[in-house]
Design a protein. Structure first.
Length: 94
């Protein structure tokens, strides 16, 4: 089933809004997950491909149309931030 672009949902977005330290990471991830040349297609926002999101939610929740759980999104973004910091530290040591 095609995945609705609004599957992140307001509760998950509000959860991220309560964590200012994750805002930059959230923006970075939005652009990393956006398809190439996203600006050429409506809604002209860097949104992940719906098929990719369906796959991710199917593997995480067992349901391709499940909305992201707020704590799961916050945990994912915190992991992304931590992983990028670790990569920078390793690169700086080399």
């Amino acid at each position: 089933m095609a995945h609705d672009r609004s599957t992140i949902g307001a509760p998950a977005m509000l959860a991220v809004a309560r964590h200012p330290s994750l805002w930059l990471t959230a923006v970075r991830q939005a652009f990393r997950l956006a398809p190439n040349e996203w600006w050429r297609r409506a809604p002209f926002l860097p949104l992940p491909d719906s098929r990719y999101m369906s796959f991710r939610f199917e593997t995480q929740y067992g349901d391709s149309v499940h909305r992201a759980e707020p704590r799961d999104l916050v945990t994912y973004l915190a992991w992304c931030r931590s992983y990028q910091r670790d990569l920078r530290r390793r690169r700086d040591r080399a």
